[in-house]
Design a protein. Structure first.
Lengths: 111, 114
């Protein structure tokens, strides 16, 4: 069975500092991996996705993630965060059609 | 183009009443999904439609929950005899790829059962 683990429930970081949000997955089949962002009272917005090919994936708003098959990880990174990046971030995996989500990481960017 | 839309955006209902939540997927998307987002449970899959058929209803939490899709487009999620634990945000997503390689999410319906 698939599962997705986001190790950090909250991550505080100062503005312009780098950030890494961690995501590990388990699956016996090939997976597609995603990061979504959710701003308060809004729906999910896709940041980036890994389907195949290059393991370094670049997304919107300056985010990137690296698929590491040996470590079953798909960590999200941004070299310099802004106040506007404050939101909840969800990692998701699918090997079939339904997404399995992690429990989310709340990123709080401090001035 | 238009994204996934859901209505109503907010719904407050009394315990025991029935509610209907609507999802309009992106035009041409054959796959449609319902998820629920609640405190303590995170985001959980409810049901998947391919066309008008629902090959996977495994996530529906009880027989009070049902969903249908007509014309390969609009879907309705119905909750009968609502309970307080049904309070959550219900999210709909659609995809042009039945394999789910990318799902587009609607803004959700926030359901509050009093």
């Amino acid at each position: 069975a698939q599962s997705v683990t986001q190790l950090d429930s909250q991550v505080p970081v100062f503005e312009e500092a780098p950030v890494e949000l961690r995501c590990n997955y388990s699956s016996s089949v090939s997976v597609y991996l995603f990061w979504y962002v959710q701003y308060p009272n809004q729906g999910l917005q896709l940041l980036l996705k890994y389907l195949s090919g290059s393991t370094l994936v670049k997304g919107i708003n300056g985010f990137e993630a690296e698929f590491n098959k040996s470590q079953t990880s798909f960590h999200l990174r941004k070299p310099s965060v802004h106040i506007s990046d404050t939101a909840e971030y969800f990692c998701a995996a699918t090997g079939t059609y339904k997404y399995i989500f992690g429990t989310g990481t709340r990123l709080k960017v401090l001035a | 183009g238009a994204g996934v839309s859901q209505s109503p955006s907010n719904k407050v209902t009394e315990k025991g009443k029935d509610v209907e939540l609507r999802c309009d997927p992106i035009s041409g998307h054959t796959a449609l999904y319902w998820y629920r987002q609640s405190l303590g449970q995170g985001l959980e899959f409810l049901i998947y439609f391919q066309g008008n058929s629902a090959p996977d209803k495994s996530g529906l939490p009880s027989d009070r929950f049902s969903a249908e899709r007509t014309g390969g487009s609009v879907s309705t999620l119905t909750i009968q005899r609502t309970q307080q634990e049904d309070s959550a945000v219900y999210l709909c997503a659609s995809s042009s790829d039945p394999g789910g390689s990318e799902q587009y999410f609607g803004p959700g319906t926030r359901l509050t059962v009093t």
